[in-house]
Design a protein around this ligand. Structure first.
Ligand code: BGC
Length: 751
């Protein structure tokens, strides 16, 4: 209330001023066109006030213009819920009692729903919570492409495919921003690993950049209309991405017409001149090592603070640069903190929990089922649950996406609600604590005794439900570190093997934001892949296990048999992951901190465009579970497809229509996936690429028809010679399937 009234009061003051001006100053009229308000406000600012807009005034706020009643911007992490309040000037939590929220499923779970309607519900609900908590900018969602299963932050992103991530991010942003809260799409761009994230220089071909790593960002900006974007920590073409001439000036602003604000990742700015010239608007978090307060290094010493002001005064960078930044920031302020029409928001409502539950339900991926699932209560007297993740609070940890939920239902609680006292529990394994650069080894005696106990109890149980996976500690699914191994941690493979021996009636469910090795997969009768599901996770898990919910999630990334089957690791050459250190540690980096930059490292994306299933398909290296895979308790039959024309003309399109029948005995949802392949081309193309998908609900015994319009955009590739998109004439195929490896029908057409 206070923040909205301020400008109005100022209106009255100025409007009836001593000199008796008649007209109210334009910037005070909220119905005036946005750009007029921006220009009007800009004209009133001093140089100092413009510069002040461009950098933080606390850990999570940037200033407005107090003299003119222009309010500050309040920001908060993160993509999965609104983070608890942080102290003004340190990284400590402020300890409020009014900042508990709904924890929504991780973005990788959202991607696994393959349902843009779920993304819209997500954006609406999280936007309402952010607004209620008086935030103007929500630091998310993230759309960095899943390049390696070792990336500690994959759980915050939307998988390995640009089409899937792009389709899912748009409704999230649109619904979020209806609350007058800006999305901050992150981390732009090429932040595909956490090791040395502070400075790793990514060598990637222009084609891979355009075809794989940028399209979801482009969609977020062009179709989603994101009001802000976060520059990433790493470098591209030797320049930090928070002030990168090619990424920010050439592509984001000029090509995509972005009119919002570029905000640094926290501590992502490194140079005043570059920050002035190359597209940055707001600098946050500089010179913090994640532990200390700002008192030793004031906000006025930020690159875009006094040093910038001095360069402007000396004429070393054009005044135009600060005018452009101030314009972008004022536009953001008018859209958010000075937007009188925005709704009030709400927190932890039934609707928000229902959204979290529905997204969780639709995200769970049934990888394998030999008939043991759904688990019918009347068939089992004793159900043993084993595993740390059945009880662990997985909203704790993970870095900036950590949450303080008002309520959470653990998997064990969810199962107890449905199966009552048939359920018993034992932990089975212990998690070593993360130490600097490694995970603490749990003493062998502890490992043994936990395992022995679990195995003995498994023998006596009718059925075992194993709930393990990764967690949010460092070197797992966690910001600022990468995983150290593709295997499950904490000796879980040995435990799972022992449990299978003890009781082959076992359901294995692993909670993880990443793929992992499953050497025992052929010997378990049922296998579920679940991401971090937040407040309602345990209820979603129990409902899928019991069959109250028919699973419909599909993998948003491939699960290779072994790490070397994954494109980024195929060569085994460290230059391709994690990169090679070439020199000295930069002076603006703090080794060992949350922003470790290494010694001038460079990583080369040698696999180019063949990321994820594009690699598996084209190189004929099958994944254990393919991108897009996910089973149901019912069966879907794909009928004969029809194509509107067997030739696509320039500027035209062809329509592909396919009937799908639910021929099983329960209602269910299926994701029909359309991949396009170019039969021959002068450059290497992936065997096929996802271009369209549709999730449909089909009642048992019923049939639906799904139609896709294929356009030129779906056929093209990025030509590095002309630096433009291109289609070569010839024949193309449309592969229609239930996953990237389960193609049911193929149609051909020419262009
Ligand atoms: C993370 C961002 C986050 C920011 C603020 C950084 O370390 O990379 O994703 O939004 O901190 O917490």
């Amino acid at each position: 209330m206070k923040r909205i009234l301020l400008p109005v009061m100022l209106t009255l003051a100025l409007g009836t001023g001593a000199r008796g001006q008649q007209a109210l100053p334009l910037y005070l009229r909220t119905d005036a066109p946005l750009e007029e308000r921006v220009e009007d406000a800009l004209r009133r600012l001093t140089l100092e006030e413009k510069v002040a807009l461009c950098h933080a005034q606390s850990k999570f706020t940037s200033p407005g213009v107090p003299r003119l009643g222009i309010p500050e911007l309040m920001m908060s992490d993160g993509p999965h819920g609104v983070r608890a309040e942080i102290e003004w000037n340190s990284w400590n939590y402020a300890g409020w009692t009014s900042d508990s929220i709904t924890a929504f499923p991780a973005l990788t779970a959202l991607a696994a729903t393959w349902n843009p309607e779920m993304a819209a519900r997500y954006g609406k609900a999280i936007g309402e919570e952010a607004r209620y908590r008086e935030k103007d900018v929500l630091l998310g969602p993230g759309v960095n492409i899943y390049r390696t299963p070792l990336n500690g932050r994959n759980f915050e992103y939307m998988g390995e495919d640009p089409c899937l991530a792009g389709e899912m991010v748009v409704p999230y942003i649109q619904e979020l921003q209806k609350n007058g809260v800006a999305a901050c799409v992150k981390h732009y761009a090429l932040n595909n690993q956490e090791q040395w994230r502070g400075s790793v220089d990514v060598a990637v071909s222009e084609r891979a950049l355009r075809e794989i790593y940028l399209p979801a960002f482009r969609k977020a900006v062009v179709e989603g209309g994101s009001w802000t974007i976060m520059g990433s920590y790493n470098r591209y073409l030797g320049q930090h991405c928070c002030h990168n001439e090619v990424l920010l000036n050439d592509i984001l602003r000029r090509e995509w017409g972005f009119d919002g604000c570029v905000i640094t990742d926290w501590g992502g700015a490194h140079d005043t001149r570059e920050a002035a010239l190359y597209g940055l608007d707001i600098e946050m978090g500089t010179y913090t090592n994640g532990l200390t307060s700002e008192s030793a290094f004031g906000y006025d010493q930020y690159y875009l603070a006094t040093p910038y002001l001095e360069m402007l005064r000396r004429g070393e960078v054009p005044v135009q640069t600060v005018d452009d930044k101030a314009r972008n920031i004022l536009r953001l302020i008018f859209r958010t903190s000075m937007n009188p029409d925005r709704p009030w928001g709400s927190l932890c409502t039934e609707e928000h929990y229902a959204a979290a539950k529905a997204i969780g339900d639709e995200s769970i991926v049934l990888l394998k089922n030999e008939g043991i699932l759904p688990l019918q209560a009347d068939r089992y007297a004793q159900i043993l649950v084993v595993g740390d993740n059945a009880v662990r609070r997985l909203t704790d940890g993970g870095g900036s996406s950590e949450l303080k939920p008002r309520k959470t239902i653990s998997p064990l609680e969810g199962l107890q609600t449905l199966y009552g006292d048939k359920i018993s529990y034992t932990r089975g394994y212990a998690c070593g604590r993360p130490l600097y650069e490694r995970i603490e080894e749990v003493p062998e005696s502890v490992v043994d005794s936990l395992r022995r106990e679990a195995v003995a109890r498994a023998r006596r149980a009718d059925v075992v439900i194993y709930i393990g996976g990764l967690n949010k500690n460092a070197y797992q699914d966690c910001e600022s570190t990468d995983r150290q191994s593709y295997d499950l941690p904490f000796h879980q493979n040995e435990l799972i093997e022992a449990l299978i021996e003890a009781n082959p009636n076992i359901v294995v469910l692993n909670i993880t934001g990443n793929a992992y090795a499953m050497p025992w997969a052929d010997r378990v009768p049922a296998l579920l892949h679940v991401s971090y599901l937040g407040s309602m996770g345990g209820a979603s898990i129990a409902d899928v296990i019991s069959g109250r919910v028919n699973p419909s999630g599909k993998l948003p990334y491939s699960i290779p048999y072994r790490l070397s089957d994954c494109a980024a690791h195929a060569s085994g050459n460290p230059a391709h992951y994690p990169g090679i250190e070439r020199g000295e540690v930069s002076k603006t980096m703090i080794p060992g901190s949350f922003l470790d930059g290494g010694a001038d490292p460079q990583v080369t994306y040698a696999e180019e465009i063949l990321v994820g299933y594009r690699w598996h398909d084209t190189q004929k290296i099958p994944a254990r579970y393919a991108f897009g895979h996910g089973l149901s308790y019912t069966v879907f039959d794909y009928g004969k497809p029809e194509i509107s024309d067997n030739r696509m003309h320039p500027g035209g399109s062809v329509r592909i229509r396919i009937p799908v029948t639910n021929s099983g005995s329960c209602d269910g949802m299926e994701v029909i996936q359309l991949y396009i392949g170019d039969d021959q081309c002068s450059v290497l193309r992936p065997l096929k690429e996802l271009k369209h998908f549709r999730k449909v609900f089909i009642r048992a015994g019923e049939r639906v028809e799904v139609e896709f319009a294929v356009t030129e955009e779906d056929l093209r590739f990025y030509d590095e010679t002309s630096h433009d998109w291109k289609i070569e004439k010839g024949s193309f195929k449309g592969y229609i399937g239930s996953s990237s490896s389960d193609i049911r029908r193929v149609v051909s057409f020419r262009y």
